[in-house]
Design a protein around this ligand. Structure first.
Ligand code: FMN
Length: 180
């Protein structure tokens, strides 16, 4: 909410800088390690946005630390015992769609050959990109997500973020629905 109010008074770039300062000062408790089974969402990610997302069930969302604000995060993700890939994740109520339930929706920066509902998704949330926002059109939402993906690509190359790709967390056998 802070971000959306600031947007009325300052250019987007300044808001981003202010938020990043605010978040650093808040000392967000990152990284956050999550593991759970992928469930079906509303299916809009693939169909309307062209950006497929993997959704966690409610119990995993409920276990997200309460001091993790809603918004967009970047990090690393692994499906079952596959490779570790970059990811971006939206945490919250999707104001554009006015969802009634809080969700954690992960877009993995890799082209999978088929859906992986029912698979285990383990991930590490490493950094914060921005707050969730409402948009005037679907195209604006899509452009914002593409910008998030670009930001994630860049941030995850930095050594302090890249190191998590090799975390021992990803070497553990996935437990079905746990969050560490
Ligand atoms: C990186 C990323 C950023 C997102 N940012 C927003 C946002 O700012 N506002 C919003 O309403 N939804 C946002 N979303 C959520 C998308 O609207 C959502 O993933 C899409 O509706 C698909 O949901 P579904 O899989 O439940 O159908 C974001 C999703 C991703 C992956």
């Amino acid at each position: 909410m802070i971000g959306s109010r600031l947007h009325r008074f300052f250019p987007v770039r300044t808001v981003k800088q202010l938020l990043s300062l605010y978040c650093t000062n808040m000392k967000m408790p990152l990284p956050v390690f999550c593991s759970g089974t992928v469930i079906k969402g509303f299916g809009r990610g693939s169909k309307q946005l062209g950006i497929p997302t993997a959704n966690y069930p409610e119990d995993v969302v409920a276990r997200l630390p309460t001091d993790i604000p809603t918004g967009v995060y970047y990090g690393w993700a692994k499906v079952n015992s596959g490779k570790v890939h970059k990811m971006v994740m939206s945490v919250g109520w999707n104001p554009f769609y006015k969802n009634e339930k809080k969700s954690m929706e992960t877009h993995i920066l890799h082209e999978f050959e088929k859906d992986f509902y029912g698979s285990n998704l383990s991930l590490i949330m490493v950094g914060f990109v921005r707050e969730e926002r409402n948009f005037n059109s679907l195209d604006e939402l899509i452009s914002a997500i593409h910008a998030d993906i670009k930001e994630a690509e860049t941030q995850l190359e930095l050594p302090e973020n890249n190191q998590y790709k090799d975390s021992s967390f990803f070497k553990q056998k996935p437990t079905s629905d746990s969050q560490l």
